[in-house]
Write a protein that binds this ligand. Sequence first.
Ligand code: IPM
Ligand code: MG
Length: 377
Amino acid sequence: MYQADIEKAVAHYKALLESQVERAEKMNQASAPEKKEKTVIGVVGGDGIGPIITLQAQRALEALLKDEIAAGKIELRAIDGLTIENRLAVNKAVPDDVLAAIKECDVLLKGPTTTPSGGEQLESANVALRRELDLYANVRPVSVPEEGIDWMFFRENTEGEYTLGSKGIEIPGLLTMDFKVTTVAGTRRIARAAFEFARKNGKNHVAIVTKSNIMKKTDGMFSILCREIAAEYPEIQADEYFIDIMSANLLKPNMRSQLQVFVMPNLYGDIITDEAAQLQGGVGTAGSANIGDRYAMFEAIHGSAPRMIARGMGDYANPESILRAAVMLLQHIGMPDKAAKLTAAIEAAAQIAPITGTKEGSTCAQYGDALVQALAE
Ligand code: IPM
Ligand code: MG
């Protein structure tokens, strides 16, 4: 009775498999990017509260990088048009002209973009950019010094449930099926990134987080390949944990202070980094780096807060997360001193112009004024 549906689904699945084989083969042939004289930082506002918070981060970067900008070593380039209205109008996760402008940059500071959920709607702009720019490592730090927490998450960022998340199969009225993809090269490169970070930063433990007892093929291979890479780092202890118990461990005081570096497939990383950020004070306090070999993108970990805009409260949005992302951007382009300066200014500004998300607190722009002031001191 469902023969026609099944045949249609099989043809669809064949095309997906071919596309993923092609992607995996391309990854094997990747070459190192050339070094450039000038670094172009694209500033992408996004939508909702995105342009409001990103503007303050842009002001901070302009102040911090004044000399480099004047010397032509760095360019800050505003990229408009990554809004939900434009994306819906052309029915593309990232409109072609916006993508072309983004690809002319080297690193990006990106505000949140609204993700339509379910049905036949648009793919998330984040997911599309991570794929288009091959930003395979989602790096998210979480720190709560008084609890002994200093964590760095390496979330695989282009594979798993996300690769084909908008390309599932449906037998209408009967069932739906999505796919999870894990490639050898894709796993090795995220594992390598996590262990290299651990080695360079004097960490001696990496937690490999999977559900390989259930997702036997994909997580099973992720686990085996991470252990293979771990063998090249004998000074680092690598242990595998399942995602469910790891979610509990993050809440266990004696356990969580032992954890240092984490590596995991995409969806688990999505979930657990929100949990971890909450321990630090909320998802709004965390920064997020999306790193590839050619491009890197730094973004606020939270969404575009459409409800805040609808209530007319957009001007009271907190720019802390995008500013933490800007700190990571500065570290990534080899400016640790400026990153430290920005971190100190973020903390100073929070004292001078505290944001509460209500009209009793400061506006985002007032906070930005305090920030620029703190940077000038
Ligand atoms: C994140 C976000 C995104 C994700 C959404 C906005 C698509 O939750 O960066 O963690 O699921 O990766
Ligand atoms: Mg998330």
